[in-house]
Design a protein around this ligand. Structure first.
Ligand code: 173
Length: 310
């Protein structure tokens, strides 16, 4: 039997106690790709407050603000279109017809994380915006899906689809769209069904084209080295909280209905196509989207299609 000398036993006991007393707490830095007045960010700030309330002694998040940078931050709150410079696959998530919950069951979430780890040194923690179509918003009237002669603000989400309708496209950050509309630099823009009001674009918008297409994706992403450096307790806590945030995504279904109503109330008119034209419009958006996805990512494009498309 091994007997500890009293002093050694005391040292061991103290070490054990100090391990508990200084239960490791980590503070992660988060940046948002979206402006702080956007409702997305408010929801995420609420989530951060909740994480910090329950996570004392385990994990805290420090919101840094608006910046699209890598390396200097631990967590990003962004959409795939804003980091196609890291990997083209990021923009493919807009083509998802399966939900985040389904992707966690059908292997999609694991595939995304395999790609994000390999190409972006990132962990895709949770999707927190979904069930949200994009639309074309215009200040000039059209009567068919033809954008000839129109200057339209885009991100990578919309590029090929809008070009296929002959639009003259220009990439513009959300923060610059209002002024571009005001000055007539653009005749319209691609944007989700929601969040016009966050940035006051309803003041400068006459029409919304229906139907919508694709599925807006906004997620919490994390530097993979940082993710791996977390203790099991920290990682479990962060995963649990991120998944709880994702589990609220049904919220967007009713929110989007209210947003469409609000648009109508301020006089934004809907340009609708007949049933056959609408169907062809949506089909074409998907065809173009997947053709580009597979061209940009010949190996992972088809694998993503299996888990994202329906
Ligand atoms: O239009 C955009 O800026 C864009 O690509 C996007 C994507 C997801 C949510 C909101 C906007």
């Amino acid at each position: 039997m091994i007997r500890f000398a009293p002093r050694l036993a005391l040292a061991a006991a103290l070490a054990a106690i100090s391990g508990i007393a200084c239960a490791q707490e980590i503070t992660l830095r988060l940046v948002s790709a979206f402006p702080e007045n956007q409702f997305y960010v408010k929801r995420t700030l609420d989530w951060i407050a909740d994480v910090n309330k329950d996570g004392k002694g385990v994990l805290q998040i420090n919101f840094i603000g608006k910046a699209v940078q890598s390396g200097v931050v631990d967590l990003g709150f962004s959409t795939g279109a804003f980091y196609t410079n890291v990997m083209p696959e990021s923009d493919i998530l807009k083509l998802a017809e399966t939900s985040a919950a389904e992707q966690r069951r059908n292997g999609g979430f694991d595939l995304i994380n395999k790609i994000w780890a390999e190409k972006g040194n990132m962990r895709y923690l949770a999707k927190v915006v979904e069930f949200t179509p994009f639309h074309i918003y215009l200040n000039k009237k059209i009567d068919k899906p033809d954008l000839t002669g129109l200057k339209i603000r885009i991100t990578p989400v919309y590029r090929e689809f809008f070009q296929s309708m002959n639009a003259q496209v220009m990439t513009t950050a959300p923060g610059e769209v209002y002024t571009a509309l005001e000055r007539g630099v653009i005749d319209g823009y691609g944007w989700p069904i929601h969040a016009l009001f966050d940035l006051n674009w309803q003041e400068k918008t006459k029409y919304r084209v229906d139907p919508g297409f694709y599925n807006a994706e906004v997620a919490l992403i994390m530097n993979l080295d940082k993710y791996k450096s977390l203790t099991p307790a920290q990682r479990d806590y962060l995963e649990r909280k991120a998944q709880a945030y994702e589990a609220q995504n049904d919220f967007w279904k009713s929110y989007n209905q209210q947003e469409a109503k609000r648009q109508a109330e301020v006089g934004i008119q809907v340009i609708a196509f007949d049933a056959a034209t609408s169907k062809a419009f949506v089909e074409k958006s998907k065809e173009i989207g997947w053709a580009n996805a597979i061209k940009a990512s010949p190996v992972y494009g088809p694998q993503l299609q299996k888990v994202l498309a329906k």
